[in-house]
Design a protein. Structure first.
Ligand code: BES
Ligand code: MN
Ligand code: ZN
Length: 484
């Protein structure tokens, strides 16, 4: 979807659709022409009251001007949030799609005015609403272009460019999440990463099974033992001319998690195609980074990917595996496989001596119980890094809630037979999982984000209605762009 800044005459010119965001109050300044005058009449007669998220469409009777006008209510002007603009944009795009309009011009009226934050949010919402799951014929088509009429927002074009790239990265993450496990295989993640790296000028390195054996990545290899698919470690590297900071993003890429020998109950197991959403967010972020080329921060995206299957060769409860770090893991439960894969992927990240390691993982059912589907759990022993990420999530409306990282959780995963065990049972399941991961980052600043709830199943909000959310892409890009 193209996003652009337009002049006011875009509102009266011929075209399929014009949308006007309007506050609840005595609004004026609607575009002229037949539709603008009729809309002004509706508002002044209070036949349409611009409550938050209320919309109204008018169709033209005359010729020459826009064929339809959409009024989007924003509620009381003083109370409008960035998220309201995201949703308003989605309402505009959804209406355009329903009308078959391939382009739309957008304006504000009354006390509604774009500023830098809300213009960016509007752009994001528009592009996010344009996401369509691939290979589904019945879907309506989103408009190819959205032109926003605004003056007085400095750097408007640049803001829209960032909004578009981060939302497209999010949409890529959604697509990878929504695709089923027989199509979105580890190899599919490899191919997607290779392609975007080639297109965007990132260095991309793929480690196959032989490489993983050479690197002694016993964690990934153990989880992969029962699988018919090859495992991979993916590394994508964005390196600006001057590097002031290096950040590694690490994603859990379980393209399907059956639980393995500790097999899951069959009800709902199909949802475990989403167990690669951490990897998807990492890949989507790298696409945005490649498009926007932020200055000063080297960003390395790392994905460990396999599926987790039972079978004669599968790893078993009681097995002890040696990871690339040299640390050994006692396997209590083969369904606690994400942390076993991440042990090697996180250790790999330390090789870059980064200023921060941030992992995204659909790691525990317990975080869904604790926080639900709208919030991700943040585990971080460094206050500065934690604050940075929480702030970024506030700006992008991808909320992070900080969880405890106490020493008692380190105690809980001590093993009689190995350095640590991969499950300490149900109590504080998300916290002991985080403690496990901290063992593999060798003292580097490390934030673990458990997105098991937030990666899919969130409430409807116009710009996504079902399936994967792409949670984390916009938040991470915001954090990186503001690292300084
Ligand atoms: N992928 C799951 C976590 C998950 C569960 C994500 C439900 C989303 C919804 C993970 O691999 C897993 O199975 N975790 C176990 C760990 C337990 C065996 C210690 C869990 O949460 O039950
Ligand atoms: Mn599992
Ligand atoms: Zn899993």
């Amino acid at each position: 979807m193209r996003l652009s800044v337009a002049r006011a005459n875009a509102l009266t010119a011929a075209g399929p659709l014009v949308a006007v965001l309007v506050d609840k109050g005595r609004s004026a300044e609607l575009p002229g022409g037949e539709l603008g005058e009729r809309a002004a009449g509706l508002l002044s007669r209070k036949a349409f009251v611009a409550e938050r998220r209320k919309t109204h469409v008018l169709h033209a009777e005359g010729r020459g001007g826009p064929r339809a006008l959409l009024l989007v209510g924003m509620g009381k002007a003083g109370k409008v949030t960035a998220e309201d603009y995201r949703r308003a944009a989605a309402q505009v795009v959804n209406e355009a799609a329903a009308l078959g309009a391939n382009r739309v011009a957008v304006a504000t009226a009354g006390k509604i005015r774009f500023d830098a934050t809300t213009l960016a949010a509007f752009g994001e919402g528009a592009v996010l609403a344009g996401y369509r799951y691939p290979r589904r014929k019945a879907d309506t088509k989103p408009p190819a272009s959205v032109a926003v009429v605004t003056t007085g927002v400095r750097g408007a074009a640049g803001l829209l460019k960032t909004a578009r790239a981060t939302a497209e990265g999010t949409n890529l993450a959604r697509e990878l999440g929504d695709l089923p496990g027989n199509i979105c295989t580890p190899r599919h993640l490899v191919n997607t990463s290779r392609k975007l790296s080639r297109d965007g000028g990132l260095r991309c390195k793929i480690y196959g099974k032989k490489d993983l054996q050479r690197m002694k990545m016993g964690g990934i290899l153990a989880v992969n033992q029962g699988s018919a698919e090859d495992p991979f470690l993916i590394e994508m590297d964005y390196k600006p001319r001057t590097v002031k900071r290096t950040v590694c993003i690490v994603g859990k890429g379980l393209t399907f998690d059956s639980g393995g020998i500790s097999i899951k109950p069959s009800a709902g197991m199909e949802e475990m195609k989403y167990d690669m959403c951490g990897a998807a967010a990492t890949i989507g972020l790298m696409q945005a980074v490649a498009a926007l080329k932020p200055s000063g921060v080297r960003v390395i995206g790392i994905v460990g990917t396999t599926d987790n299957m039972p079978g004669g060769r599968a790893y078993k409860p009681g097995d002890v595996v040696t990871t690339a770090s040299g640390k050994t893991i006692e396997v209590i439960n083969t369904d606690a496989e994400g942390r076993v894969v991440l042990s090697d992927a996180l250790h790999h990240a330390t090789k870059f001596k980064p200023d921060a390691i941030i992992d995204l993982a659909t790691l525990t059912g317990a975080i869904v119980v604790a926080l639900g589907h709208e919030v991700a759990g943040l585990f971080c022993r460094d206050d500065g890094l934690a604050r940075r990420l929480v702030k970024a999530g506030e700006r992008t409306d991808e909320p992070l809630w900080r969880m405890p990282t106490l020493e008692v959780y380190d105690e809980a995963i001590k093993s009689r037979w190995a350095d640590i065990k991969n499950s300490a049972g149900r109590a504080a399941g998300s916290c002991t999982a985080a403690s496990f991961l901290f063992n593999f980052t060798d003292g580097y600043d490390h934030a673990h984000i458990d997105i098991a709830g937030a990666a899919w199943g969130a409430r409807k909000r116009d710009y996504y209605n079902e399936g994967a959310t792409g949670f984390g892409v916009r938040m991470l890009y915001d954090a990186i762009a503001n690292w300084a």
